[in-house]
Unconditional design. Structure first.
Length: 416
């Protein structure tokens, strides 16, 4: 029988790195078997325990393969859960484990410390918290300069700083992008590939038209909203590029949905409970093309109760489809969110300058605009990039620069 039956039969694209990070970290000082675990003492004074089957499953040697490219032959199905190491030792700062079948696994101290699952290590990986903001964010708006981050001449450290602004604040202005329409795709490329849709195509020109297919193609005001809340998987990162703006009207509005949700959690806990557990529906219909519907909570939480995502588009909210006794409480709960979202306390207002870009986490930050004269020529370009592409590039760059936050858990967005 022919075919690839081991990693030795395959030439992998990714360079081999095994169980080590290469970015520095504590070394293994000593190791010993204790029941069902191997206890590792690091040279920084910390100690972690690793279950035998965890170590065997997580061997990323040349024979076992690496999950990062899927060229892997050792899986949960191949690991004997009762297997006990034949021997363990600290060798040149690594943990070396010999298994009864003769296999040897080597784990770098930096890799073990990074993946340890004791309480302190797990708290460290879950330590990211959003930087919440309100209307006064305009006084110190998160901003990066295009020449500092551009792919042809920018610095990776400046790009990582811009990534962190977008990660932490959910929004970052890219100043000095210029008015060349081609720059829209260039700035989107910092985050990942553009996601094409039936409604928007690949890049969408937001300007008033005589016959409007969407509210965006008018001069009407738009309350802050999440783009495409009616989609099962709403767009990840909104990429806006201002080519022409007006002198009157046409102000951009931004709201940190996480800040609004946290305020409701503390000030109206009954409404917060409804918004995080009872699905509301959003709808979008284009006759002859498609009809999209989604039912999901307006506010999504992770298993620890931390905010994961926001899904609210006031003009696309469908008829309430909940138990009869919840209809009025749900409308009241949605109004708790909507009232704060529109308030001067939470709604940041600014005029985006022509030639500037704006990157927005569409699972957190709501965006809108004030009314403007449809004959003014106001012209904004818009496209979308998946959040997981952005987070993936952030982690990769942070890892290459040896940043300690590259392994942090990040919010995975609104529930489907």
């Amino acid at each position: 029988m022919s075919g690839h039956r081991s990693t030795a039969d395959i030439t992998a694209h990714n360079p081999f790195r095994g169980n080590r990070l290469g970015g520095g970290g504590p070394a293994v000082a000593s190791a010993g078997i204790d029941g069902r675990t191997v206890v590792v003492d690091f040279d920084d004074g910390s100690t972690s325990a690793f279950h035998h089957q965890w170590l065997r499953h997580c061997c990323w040697c040349g024979d076992c393969g690496d999950p990062s490219d899927g060229i892997r032959f050792t899986t949960v199905a191949t690991v004997d859960p009762t297997e006990v190491p034949a021997g363990v030792a600290a060798v040149d700062g690594d943990l070396v484990v010999d298994w009864p079948d003769g296999h040897r696994s080597t784990y770098g101290g930096d890799w073990l410390a990074h993946h340890a699952y004791d309480d302190d290590a797990r708290r460290r990986r879950a330590s990211w918290r959003p930087t919440l903001w309100r209307a006064d964010v305009v006084d110190a708006f998160p901003t990066a300069v295009w020449d500092d981050v551009r792919p042809d001449g920018g610095a990776p450290e400046a790009l990582l700083a811009a990534y962190r602004l977008l990660r932490d604040h959910g929004i970052v202005r890219i100043a000095g992008l210029g008015s060349d329409p081609a720059a829209t795709e260039a700035v989107a490329g910092l985050l990942g590939p553009i996601h094409e849709t039936t409604v928007y195509g690949r890049i969408y020109d937001v300007r008033a038209e005589p016959v409007a297919k969407l509210g965006a193609k008018t001069g009407m005001p738009q309350a802050p909203h999440i783009d495409d809340a009616f989609a099962y998987s709403q767009p990840g990162i909104d990429v806006f590029h201002c080519l022409v703006n007006t002198d009157e009207g046409g102000l951009s509005t931004y709201v940190d949905g996480f800040a609004v949700a946290e305020a409701i959690r503390h000030e109206a806990p009954a409404a917060f409970d409804l918004l995080t557990t009872v699905p509301v529906a959003h709808v979008r219909r284009h006759p002859g093309e498609l009809e999209m519907r989604n039912r999901a909570p307006l506010v999504s939480l992770d298993g620890e109760g931390r905010l994961q995502g926001i899904r609210y588009f006031d003009r696309a909210l469908a008829p309430m489809d909940v138990d009869a006794e919840l209809v009025e409480p749900m409308y009241d709960a949605v109004r708790e969110f909507d009232r704060r979202m529109r308030s001067d306390e939470f709604r940041a207002v600014l005029r985006v300058a022509p030639g500037d870009g704006m990157l927005i986490d569409n699972h957190r930050v709501l965006h809108g605009r004030t009314a403007f004269d449809p004959s003014s020529g106001r012209h904004i370009r818009l496209c979308h990039v998946p959040r997981d592409e952005f987070h993936g590039r952030l982690r990769d760059l942070a890892g290459r620069l040896g940043a300690p936050d590259h392994g942090w858990h990040l919010p995975q967005g609104s529930r489907i």
